[in-house]
Design a protein around this ligand. Structure first.
Ligand code: F6R
Length: 241
């Protein structure tokens, strides 16, 4: 596990974008695993600006996203499909047909998860998986549990996650109670994992993920078993380490 400490979010975002840019430059048709939430917003901004300067070409890049809220379609501004379109896909020359997010409009949980697992298999190995981390140690929407879920599954969001994510919605009642998420097995099969974390509210989870026991009670702790993980975190997020 490689740990890169940055003084603030801006530096974190530049460094994370540089690593993703290097991946795209080295392998223009790479498969990226992408995350949403507030943590990667700055990373995506930097990638967009590299693209605008002519330094990055997304024309052959393919992507698979970690997760999506059940019940939200891509036109809903809280859906993860909307987030990805808005923060990255519509601002670079990626082929939309090469971008994939679980289908939140498919309310048949088993069918939706099976379809996404089949898609992941067909797409092949993710070259670089970008992750954030929840204040409870979740990655994707793999919430603390008594076991690690391997494949894409439907998750009942914990109250902690609903509280953490309600800031994006008009009210707490509007936060969907379920999400589709890649499993830990899907995430761990990526060749490289890049986790970005900023802010004090991530400090406990990050310390547990890096130094604590590997346990499904802190899903991110499984990353200790991955051979190629880079964590970029600011001083606040590393304050409990
Ligand atoms: C989002 C995702 C989540 C977030 C996590 C942190 O696709 O998979 O695991 O990375 O909830 O969210 P933020 O970055 O908003 O603190």
């Amino acid at each position: 596990m490689k740990l890169i400490k940055t003084k603030d979010y801006a530096e974190l975002s530049r460094k994370a974008a540089n690593i993703i840019a290097a991946q795209i430059t080295l392998k223009p048709d790479c498969l990226l695993g992408l995350a949403t939430g507030s943590s990667p917003v700055g990373t995506y901004e930097n990638l967009v600006s590299m693209y605008e300067k002519g330094d990055l070409d997304f024309s052959q890049v393919k992507s698979v996203n970690l997760d999506e809220y059940v019940g939200l379609d891509g036109s809903n501004d809280q859906s993860y499909r909307y987030f990805m379109n808005h923060h990255l896909f519509e601002k670079v020359n990626i082929d939309m047909a090469n971008t994939h997010v679980p289908d939140g409009t498919n309310l048949d949980n088993a069918k939706c998860c099976d379809a996404y697992n089949a898609l992941l298999k067909e797409m092949g190995t993710v070259d670089l998986q970008l992750l954030g981390i929840g204040p409870n140690g979740h990655i994707g929407f793999n919430e603390p549990d008594d076991h690690f879920e391997q494949l894409t599954h439907c998750v009942d969001l914990t109250n902690e996650t609903i509280q953490a994510n309600k800031r994006f919605f008009a009210s707490e009642a509007d936060v969907p109670r379920q999400a589709y998420s890649m499993g830990i097995g899907n995430i761990m099969s990526a060749k490289m994992i890049l986790l970005v974390a900023n802010g004090k509210n991530k400090a406990k989870a990050l310390a547990a993920a890096i130094n604590g026991p590997v346990t499904p009670q802190c899903p991110a702790s499984i990353l200790q078993f991955h051979p190629n993980v880079v964590i970029i975190a600011d001083e606040e997020a590393l304050s409990e380490l």
